[in-house]
Design a binder for this molecule. Structure first.
Ligand code: DC
Length: 210
């Protein structure tokens, strides 16, 4: 069984994806971490993010089984990931690894931007998780200001809006809701309600596909 969870930056899809995977006893892959790892490889070698060939080589060399989540979190890696993820060569190099992960064992929950549209178009259930950019910025800002008390909400909001624009407007596999995905708007939902709502939507898809 494969469940696709897509959505924009800071929509909460990672947390939801993890919980959904635990609920159904499936593997979980946060595909944002893969793009973050490619960007990190360039930053670690002091290579510019504009170096498409180096980014493609880093993507080809990446081992999906050793993603160091702690090192890859944070806004710098997220922004850098958004930049290198526009390169078609990078996306192509990462495609098969994601599909293989999805097919392993009894299946998986994958979260990202193009899971329902490109990576697993035949997924058994697809949800598209979103929230207003103001709400997503507020949640991200509350998280970040613990370590960065001087960080302004407006800075986080403008970063998120810039990321949305880049992720949605690139030519290769842009952020887009699949035609057969179900929309989950969490703007007014707390985490628990959002999770329960996600399960209702997924169950509706699963019973339709059974
Ligand atoms: O989900 P995230 O914030 O960790 O993702 C970081 C960036 O990686 C995101 O801005 C765009 C890119 N990405 C992508 O292009 N496709 C995916 N499936 C996941 C992430």
């Amino acid at each position: 069984m494969i469940i696709a969870v897509d959505g924009p930056a800071a929509s909460g899809k990672g947390t939801l994806g993890k919980r959904i995977a635990a609920h159904y006893g499936l593997n979980h892959l946060d595909t944002g971490l893969i793009y973050r790892a490619v960007a990190r490889a360039l930053l670690d070698q002091n290579l510019p993010l504009t170096d498409e060939l180096a980014a493609t080589a880093a993507a080809r060399a990446l081992d999906l089984s050793v993603l160091d989540e702690d090192r890859l979190r944070g806004p710098q890696a997220g922004e850098a990931a958004s930049v290198i993820s526009v390169y078609p060569g990078v996306r192509e190099a990462l495609l098969q690894g994601q599909r293989s992960f999805a097919m392993r064992g009894s299946g998986a929950v994958l979260d990202g931007r193009d899971i329902g549209t490109v990576i697993c178009p035949d997924a058994d259930a697809k949800i598209f998780v979103t929230a207003s950019s103001e709400e997503r910025a507020k949640r991200r800002w509350l998280e970040l200001k613990i370590a960065h008390p001087d960080l302004a909400y407006e800075t986080v909001l403008s970063d998120i809006q810039q990321r949305d624009t880049r992720d949605s407007n690139r030519a290769a596999s842009p952020l887009r809701m699949a035609d057969d995905a179900r929309l989950l708007d969490t703007t007014k939902l707390d985490k628990e309600t959002a999770f329960q709502a996600a399960i209702v939507l997924i169950e509706a898809d699963l019973s339709r596909n059974r």
